[in-house]
Design a protein around this ligand. Structure first.
Ligand code: MSP
Length: 625
């Protein structure tokens, strides 16, 4: 996979006052997934997260409780730390801005920037948002209100220290233009370049202690504390050891910063100009992802529409939540969180495609090969094709992860899993065992080896359940290349890994739907193509009590169709029946099995009857009016 590198990855440091929600969980899981991919590839990784603990809101919350701000922070911090543990986040350092190591670095930077003449004292009047803890310029306001909180701002006049941000405007523009990967995705880079077309203001970096006490004291004036953003951004260099004795800073810096788009300005304008002034190289990349929306609006504490990740973990487990968040969001764009799409994604990808393949393969090996992974013997062209596909998926995933296209990488793996389900269908090892046991062995080994590779590839996203699969195959920590799975390995017992989430689907009883309730136009009806079809073969589907798989003839064409009729018909009695189907449905996969069309049946209560053509004059493929 990747070349061996040092890889330093950061999340924003979250406000200690906030209750952790799905947005915080998302960025942190994203960082964890990237870190795990890089570790698997042999990179040395430093993954940093932590808490932003200074500022007015913390002071106010502590005052309200009648405790010191530090005690307040100490009481609040475990909520994040515990959640990260629950989500299996493997960070390498957890920084809190109230730590001494951080205070030292902030004061060092302030001293240097002050000495350089980039900080001056001045009186200032500005529009201040307590929520964001920052002043806004006139042009940033939306209808006179804070663009993040949609609330009026406070006009504040006071004497403060200013950082000469404007001095570095041109240098920043040049840097962004010369380094196309610096701000990502591209539309965010353009947003910042657009903003930089207007003259940049200097940045107010102090707060008088008379108004705000809870912050890092300015080294050149003890009546002031440092503005919380100037303090917080510096965490990214404190943790890898800036201005400390050890040499680790040069080993790790520059970092890849993962952030949400809400804090792009502070990261792509404040932070780079601070680094220019302090003479520190720029970060490698600032990557801004989109928001998780609830309906149309951002999830946020102040809007009161947050999804609590703990509820989802308790109900469905950690892996399904990690999988959903990584698969569903196109990095850089917004995504909508709904329980419906969560369940749908889980059932189709994890329960159906991945889980089903795993349980089929392990059950067949258990049943026919005494629980021992069989020898593959000589591979045929079909297996060599599977092997080539596996090798190409490994490369593709590497490529996509390097471009941070995680959702596409996951889809690539799932496409491979689906293709193995099809391979199983075509080869039908459950039949082969009766006639050609060595062929069945070859197919099952090939499917199991494909599963091992898929599990390894998915491990950074769903580390817990893939570990179980890999343990069962005795393949944890094995190499990501074809042909590593050991024949002769005894498969351990296991319970279903991805049980389907049962949802009470709204049952539409077609018999009782009256014409008034469901009026459609003639044209709409014309869009549905109904045809006769002759059943050639029918068989039960292992592990699916209600389903039968049918091979049918529709005129000149042969098709496979899956129907939920197993409780009503024996496979033998179906062969030779002429039935009615919807023939122009998109093909779909049910329990990993392709289905092309839908058979028509009448159902009331527990009784079901297929619609059968009652004359042998009509051949298959005839149009039904
Ligand atoms: N403390 C600052 C960051 C300082 S970094 C030097 C801060 N903290 S925060 O608690 O508000 O967290 C902001 C981050 O949480 C966002 O950048 C984003 O990573 C994540 N999210 C918060 N809400 C979110 C969504 N609704 N959707 C996705 N992620 C969002 O800002």
């Amino acid at each position: 996979m990747f070349a061996k590198n040092n890889y330093f990855l950061t999340t924003p440091i979250y406000y200690v006052n906030d209750k952790p929600h799905i947005g915080h969980a998302y960025t942190t899981i994203l960082a964890d997934v990237l870190a795990r991919f890089h570790r698997t590839a042999g990179d040395e990784v430093f993954f940093l997260t932590g808490l932003d603990e200074h500022g007015l809101k913390v002071q106010q919350a502590a005052d309200k409780k009648g405790i010191t701000p530090q005690l307040h922070c100490d009481k609040m911090a475990p909520r994040f730390i515990d959640l990260w543990e629950k989500l299996h986040i493997q960070y390498d350092d957890f920084i809190r801005t109230t730590e001494k190591r951080h205070e030292n670095v902030v004061q060092d930077i302030l001293r240097n920037v002050y000495k350089k003449g980039d900080i001056y004292f001045d009186e200032y009047t500005g529009e201040y948002c307590v929520g964001c803890e920052r002043f806004y310029t006139e042009k940033e306001l939306v209808e006179g209100k804070c663009p993040q909180h949609d609330k009026p701002l406070e006009t504040i006049t006071e004497k403060n220290y200013f950082f000469k941000m404007s001095k570095y405007q041109q240098e920043l523009i040049d840097y962004i233009n010369d380094n196309p990967d610096f701000i990502q995705p591209k539309h965010r880079k353009n947003e910042i370049l657009g903003f930089l077309r207007h003259p940049l203001d200097d940045l107010c970096i102090s707060r008088p202690k008379s108004r705000l006490n809870w912050g890092i004291e300015l080294p050149f004036n003890k009546d002031y504390v440092t503005y919380v953003w100037f303090d917080a951004l510096i965490n990214y260099i404190t943790a890898p050891g800036y201005s400390s004795d050890d040499k680790s800073f040069n080993k790790w810096w520059p970092a890849v910063h993962l952030i949400g788009k809400d804090i792009l300005m502070t990261h792509a304008v404040y932070w780079p100009t601070m680094l220019f002034s302090a003479g520190i190289p720029q970060p490698k990349t600032i990557f801004a992802h989109g928001w998780w929306l609830s309906g149309e609006s951002k999830m946020s504490k102040s809007l009161g529409n947050v999804v609590n990740p703990l509820d989802l973990i308790d109900k469905y487990g950690v892996d399904p939540l990690r999988y959903y968040l990584m698969r569903e969001m196109v990095l850089g764009q917004d995504a909508s969180f709904t329980m419906e799409s969560f369940i749908k994604r889980y059932n189709s990808d994890l329960a159906n495609d991945f889980g089903n393949l795993f349980s089929r393969v392990s059950t067949l090996i258990a049943k026919n090969f005494e629980n021992i992974i069989p020898e593959p013997g000589e591979l045929t062209v079909v297996e060599i094709e599977v092997q080539k596909r596996a090798e190409s998926v490994i490369k593709q995933v590497d490529n996509l992860i390097n471009k941070m296209r995680i959702n596409e990488a996951i889809e690539e793996i799932l496409q491979f899993v689906r293709s193995i389900n099809r391979y199983m269908e075509q080869q039908a090892p459950w039949n082969l065992v009766k006639t050609d046991k060595s062929a069945a062995a070859r197919v099952l080994y090939t499917a199991a080896e494909s599963l091992r590779i898929s599990a390894l590839l998915l491990q950074p996203v769903i580390p817990n359940r893939t570990k179980i699969i890999l343990d069962i195959f005795d393949a944890n920590g094995t190499e990501l290349k074809w042909g590593i799975l050991k024949s002769g390995t005894a498969i351990k017992k296991h319970s279903p890994l991805f049980p389907r989430i049962k949802v009470k689907e709204p049952v539409v009883d077609m018999v009782n739907v009256t014409a008034q309730e469901k009026l459609i136009t003639y044209d709409e009806f014309q869009n549905i193509e109904l045809r006769t079809a002759l059943i050639l073969e029918a068989e039960k589907i292992e592990g699916a009590n209600r389903l039968l798989k049918l091979q049918i003839e529709v005129g000149d064409e042969k098709r496979q169709i899956v129907g939920g009729i197993a409780e009503h018909y024996q496979p033998e009695e179906l062969v030779g029946k002429m039935i009615a189907i919807v023939s122009n449905l998109e093909s779909t996969t049910i329990r990993g099995i392709e289905s092309n069309g839908m058979l028509l049946a009448a159902k009331k209560g527990k009784d079901l009857s297929l619609i059968v053509i009652d004359s042998d004059k009509v051949e298959s493929g005839a149009k039904i009016f």
